[in-house]
Design a protein around this ligand. Structure first.
Ligand code: AP5
Length: 217
């Protein structure tokens, strides 16, 4: 039963890689960023509370995120494991997650900060099918238009330069300390996240194949 966490700074490529990795493992991909953005779009109580924090690049308060994740992990499709992308992000979240179910492996996306700003400010997303592009590293065939459904691509409000600065700072202060925690617990697996998306996918495949909980689809 693989219970995997993808941990890394904003823009490291967690979301890009998590989709295929979850498919490979046969488990759901749970992105707290995606779940929160869906709540904002729905205008739910959670979304209304989360929106201002997200727009500014700050973390959403632990109690809100933890409740959302606990509810999601409690559903039947997570009985066989899951791949968490973007959670936990604070020491408090990490401790609560361990209380819900022990994590098998934490894949740490390692990448110099200098590469992250361009990845983030260049990211564009289709508001309809959620496909992620990048103006320099993964441009759509027609500038600004989704290849799959012809929708106009959008930039995330927190991918503007000022929010990106805040997110990187928040990562350093709130999330980076988790690396030492998981290293001490012996479940941290470092991943070189520099290189093309295909190169990183190849490295992740090899890491996952070596995990004791892996069952190939
Ligand atoms: P979230 O959506 O989780 O944002 P994030 O962690 O900042 O991660 P990103 O989605 O920015 O980056 P990524 O690593 O997934 O990169 P991607 O693959 O898209 O969270 C958003 C907000 O929600 C947070 O700021 C917070 O407010 C709130 N939140 C979420 N979880 C929370 C929690 N647990 N607690 C509290 N608050 C929480 O790639 C980025 C770009 O790079 C793309 O354009 C992509 O095409 C490109 N790219 C990807 N890989 C490569 C590559 N190898 N080479 C070149 N380009 C690449």
């Amino acid at each position: 039963m693989p219970r995997i966490v993808f941990l890394g700074p904003p823009g490291a490529g967690k979301g890009t890689q998590a989709v295929g990795a979850a498919r490979e493992l046969g488990v759901p991909h749970l992105s707290t960023g995606d779940l929160l953005r869906a709540a904002v779009q729905d205008g739910s109580a959670l979304g209304r509370e989360a929106e201002a924090h997200m727009r500014a690049g700050h973390l959403v308060p632990d109690d809100l995120v933890v409740r959302m994740v606990a509810e999601r992990i409690g559903r039947a499709d997570c009985d066989g494991g899951y791949l968490l992308d973007g959670f936990p992000r604070t020491l408090a979240q990490a401790e609560i997650l361990e209380g819900i179910a022990p994590t098998d492996r934490v894949v740490s996306f390692e990448i110099p900060e200098a590469l992250l700003k361009d990845r983030l400010t260049g990211r564009r997303q289709c508001p309809k099918c959620r496909t992620v592009y990048n103006v320099s590293t993964k441009p759509p065939k027609v500038s600004g238009i989704c290849d799959l459904d012809g929708e106009a691509l959008a930039q995330r409000s927190d991918d503007r330069a000022e929010a990106v600065r805040t997110r990187l700072e928040v990562y350093r202060t709130e999330t980076e300390p988790l690396l030492a925690l998981y290293k001490r617990r012996g479940i941290l697996v470092p991943l070189d996240a520099v290189g093309s998306p295909e190169e990183v996918t190849g490295r992740i495949r090899r890491l996952l194949a070596e995990m004791p909980t892996h069952r190939r689809r």
